[in-house]
Ligand binder design. Structure first.
Ligand code: PLP
Length: 444
């Protein structure tokens, strides 16, 4: 049962008279005081799978049966840097690429992104005139809001970040084109193409084709195509991922995209299998440098995953079980926000059809305050601004909600509380603006 109360039809706060607004503030202060008294301890910070989701993969525990793969390789031993053939074939099918374009690695796609970035910095790519770190400055286009770990990774290597707006069909392609066409220091960009973190946006074929074929001043421009949520549907209307490797080849830039994915949110977040997919030249380049870092991945875990899923369809079927756990939590987020905030004109939020997040935009200047109010009431949210480079949201309006980890009842409780905080912060801000206007001396 949702802990949200039905509200009468609500009017935009901006339409209220000063006295009505003050009355609204008092009501929300009382609701907030009651919230604080409950002594909640809830956490909506990170997009982690819940225990119930992890339990879905417990069949992995008794696997693998035997210790040889389909090629007769003893998976307990060293070797096989690109990963075992069966898992590459399974995920090539799912990611719409050829098995020869796939590397199956360790447990983290973020690590593969990091390795790729470092290799580009130290060695340059297949089409680089020189290593990236020999350039005076390296810049990356960063769609915002986006994934905080992408930004912190770039920041750790001193790479300059150029924000562009994320739209519902992907990054603002015209803005990206303008940034990349004249500046050879712009070496790459990040894209979460399907069910983006945190907006849930799905890139369209048109936007993908524009980004894959646009002229870039850098001859070795790379798209880090982070397909972390490719199969993570919340509805039966499943988004079909763009086949970016083919689109880029058709656009004359076969080496531009490097795709990453993993089973972190399919099996175990801490013990899944990660993948890199790219042109065969890029794959050979990656393995050529990676051979100095590893004598082979955890092939036992790869074989375990192959036996657990059996087929690519097995992965798709497994994702339906995740959906059954996750969809009610996302519905609860929407229900709580709608019940408290609908009609007030102080917040908008996404209703994603996949992925792990809801993107909440509150009125400018209040996101930090909302997070602070929630924290004081025992509800921990991702820090305001986390979805922007350097953790700085210039409008201080964006909050990333991550409802996957807590149990449903806690999501309901937490979100009713968050909605109260949003309403209180907005009302106080508007009342403050109002009295500031009134107290401004004439002519000032
Ligand atoms: N990419 C995105 C967009 C994510 O949201 C996450 C985790 O939240 C990751 C990558 C992490 O992937 P992995 O667990 O494979 O390292």
């Amino acid at each position: 049962m949702a802990l949200v109360t039905e509200q009468p039809q609500q009017r935009p706060l901006s339409d209220l008279t000063p006295a009505e607004l003050q009355e609204f503030v008092e009501r929300k202060r009382a609701a907030y005081a009651a919230l604080c008294e409950r002594g909640l301890r809830l956490d909506l910070t990170r997009g982690k799978p819940s225990s119930a989701q992890l339990d879905l993969a417990d069949g992995l525990a008794g696997l693998p049966q035997g210790h040889t793969d389909a090629d007769g390789v003893d998976v307990r031993n060293y070797g096989g840097l690109s990963g075992i053939r069966e898992i590459r074939e399974m995920f090539a099918d799912l990611l719409w690429v050829e098995p020869g374009q796939v590397v199956a690695g360790g447990n983290s796609s973020l690590t593969m992104m990091h390795d790729t970035l470092v290799m580009l910095l130290l060695h340059g790519g297949v089409d680089s005139p020189r290593p990236w770190n020999r350039e005076e400055v390296v810049k990356f286009v960063c769609p915002v809001p986006g994934y905080d770990r992408h930004y912190t990774m770039l920041d750790s290597y001193g790479i300059e970040m150029l924000p562009v707006e994320m739209h519902t069909d992907g990054p603002d392609a015209a803005a990206v084109e303008a940034l990349v066409k004249g500046d050879p220091a712009v070496k790459g960009m990040w894209i979460v193409p399907t069910y983006a973190n945190p907006t849930g946006a799905i890139i369209s074929e048109e936007v993908a084709a524009m980004l894959a074929s646009m002229p870039t001043a850098a001859p070795d421009f790379k798209i880090f195509w982070d397909n972390a949520y490719a199969f993570h549907h919340l509805t039966e209307d499943e988004a079909k991922g763009v086949d970016i490797l083919s689109v880029a080849s058709a656009g004359g830039n076969p080496h531009r995209p490097i795709m990453f994915a993993s089973t972190s949110k399919i099996t175990y977040a801490g013990a899944g299998v990660a993948f890199l997919a790219a042109s065969t030249e890029n794959v050979a380049w990656y393995l050529r440098h990676y051979q100095y870092a590893s004598i082979g991945p955890d092939k036992i875990n790869q074989l375990r995953h192959v036996q657990f899923f059996e087929t690519a369809q097995g992965v798709r079927d497994h994702m339906v079980k995740h959906r059954e756990i996750l969809a009610p939590k996302f519905a609860a987020v929407d229900a709580a926000l709608t019940a408290e905030l609908d009609g007030l004109g102080i917040a908008t939020w996404t209703k994603p059809s996949g992925g792990y997040f809801v993107n909440l935009d509150v009125i400018d200047g209040t996101a930090g305050r909302v997070v602070e109010l929630a924290k004081a009431a025992g509800i921990v949210l991702t820090p305001a601004g986390a979805s922007f480079p350097h953790g700085h949201d210039p409008r201080d309006r964006n909050i990333r909600l991550a409802p996957s980890f807590p149990v449903l009842a806690d999501v309901e409780t937490a979100m009713a509380g968050v909605a109260t905080c949003v309403a209180l912060a907005a009302a106080e801000e508007l009342a403050g603006r109002h009295s500031a206007t009134q107290s401004t001396p004439e002519g000032a």
